[in-house]
Design a binder for this molecule. Structure first.
Ligand SMILES: [Zn+2]
Length: 242
């Protein structure tokens, strides 16, 4: 069971196509102990209307979100930050510097929306490892995928949201994920996340527990892909379910 203080608004999708990476990340809403709402990651333009619809279903407008934490500054996680006009936006200092100093270019990282981040940079507050944003809700530095990747640890329910420090369970079991900073650091970060929490919420997958090397998901997988490729016929719908 996922603790009811945590709601996955958009479920991360561990997949790609012959056309490339979907960029469908996990977007999670946390009701923190002070009663305020925190959003962890914001998705990209293609997620925007779905995100707003899901918030509305929760009875929330974007102005009701008081904290936004972005795990890292890749397009698939941060491109809706500006919607949350009354929120404090948090990223790590290393991550913000990675973008603003152009280090990302030297690393060949194609996923950074530089102009968008630069434009919003005065609104982004930097946080340090272990900093509490609300009672028993703290950020955790998880470098590797990028130099300043952040997680969020909900201490009282032992849940950690990890962004792309663990993109999905398959990658955790089979091969290291893509790293623009350091593979060694990424392995340490994944280990750290698994040590401190019982439930891991990956950047592109459903929440899971890892018990004796086996992954146990806490939610089912549902995704419909709809293609209008036959103009004289009905759309083709592909339903994926676990
Ligand atoms: Zn991602």
């Amino acid at each position: 069971m996922i603790p009811n203080k945590l709601k996955i608004l958009l479920s991360g999708v561990p997949g790609f196509s012959s056309r490339g990476f979907f960029g469908w990340c996990t977007i999670a809403l946390v009701k923190v102990n002070s009663g305020e709402y925190l959003l962890f990651d914001t998705g990209h333009h293609g997620d925007r209307l779905t995100l707003l619809r899901e918030l509305e279903r929760m009875g929330l407008s974007p102005d009701k979100i008081s904290h936004v934490v972005v795990s890292h500054l890749h397009f698939d996680h941060c491109l809706n930050m500006h919607l949350f006009k009354k929120a404090k936006i948090y990223a790590s200092e290393k991550e913000l510097n990675y973008v603003l100093s152009n280090e990302y270019e030297a690393k060949g990282d194609p996923f950074v929306p530089y102009a968008y981040v630069k434009d919003l940079s005065s609104r982004i507050a930097t946080v340090e490892d272990g900093q509490e944003l609300a009672p028993r809700c703290q950020v955790v530095l998880l470098p590797g995928h990028t130099p300043g990747s952040l997680g969020l640890f909900l201490e009282d329910v032992k849940v950690i949201l990890v962004g792309d420090a663990i993109r999905h369970a398959w990658e955790l079991l089979h091969e290291p994920g893509i790293c623009f900073h350091s593979l060694q650091e990424a392995e340490k970060s994944a280990k750290k996340a698994l040590e401190i929490a019982e439930v891991v919420v990956p950047g592109h997958d459903r929440p899971f527990k890892l018990e004796e090397g086996r992954v146990h998901y806490l939610e089912d997988f549902h995704l419909e892909l709809i293609f209008r490729i036959h103009p004289h016929d009905q759309p083709v719908t592909v339903k994926l379910e676990s």
